[in-house]
Design a protein around this ligand. Structure first.
Ligand code: HEM
Length: 155
């Protein structure tokens, strides 16, 4: 039961991360291209995206270490996962891509916060967020893939 709840939340929150990520990226690129002053709303949107993303990662880690039957529980489990497309995806590739995206998004947010000039803030955030979003989009189990999951889970 708890497994289902967390899995559904993880599935839905994916859209929050992807859509808010796309809007945030558009705002950062626009700010960079127009040399617009970095303002409080830019920082708020940046923090909101990071909060969505961190929450999604927390749900993912809960699935990974506590609830999912698909993740390796031992070194032997990793060996088995390597030879099975589904287990390899959820046990290794998905988690690895998302942890990389997490490190990049946090790095870009910190780097933009520390920059002295507005254009540099927009640029650092735009470039880092673009790379993080690429890892996120590539790491999602889209329905067309052999290990794909539904676009929207319903009851
Ligand atoms: C370190 C970070 C993450 C870990 C460890 C993780 C782990 C997992 C695991 C173990 C599953 C399979 C659960 C199961 O079926 O038993 C899963 C499914 C999934 N994950 Fe993640 N995840 C992470 C981050 C993310 C992020 C950032 C996104 C998207 C923004 C995402 C999107 C999904 C989706 C769409 C599914 C399929 C859900 C469904 O069955 O409908 N994950 N994740």
């Amino acid at each position: 039961m708890l497994y289902q709840v967390v899995l559904y939340l993880h599935s839905w929150l994916r859209w929050g991360v992807v859509l808010l990520g796309a809007l945030t990226l558009a705002r950062a690129v626009h700010g960079w291209a127009r040399a617009r002053e970095w303002n409080q709303t830019d920082r708020r949107v940046q923090k909101l995206f990071i909060a969505f993303f961190d929450s999604q990662v927390l749900l993912g880690l809960t699935l990974y270490f506590l609830l999912s039957p698909l993740t390796p529980k031992s070194l032997d489990g990793f060996r088995v996962a390597m030879s099975n497309t589904l287990l390899r995806f959820f046990g290794i590739e998905h988690a690895f891509a998302m942890v990389l995206a997490l490190i990049i998004a946090h790095g870009a947010s910190d780097a933009s916060r520390k920059a002295g000039h507005s254009t540099v803030k927009h640029r650092r955030w735009a470039v880092g967020l673009l790379i993080a979003l690429l890892f996120i989009v590539v790491g999602i189990p889209w329905p067309v893939l052999p290990y794909g999951r539904p676009l929207l889970r319903t009851f």
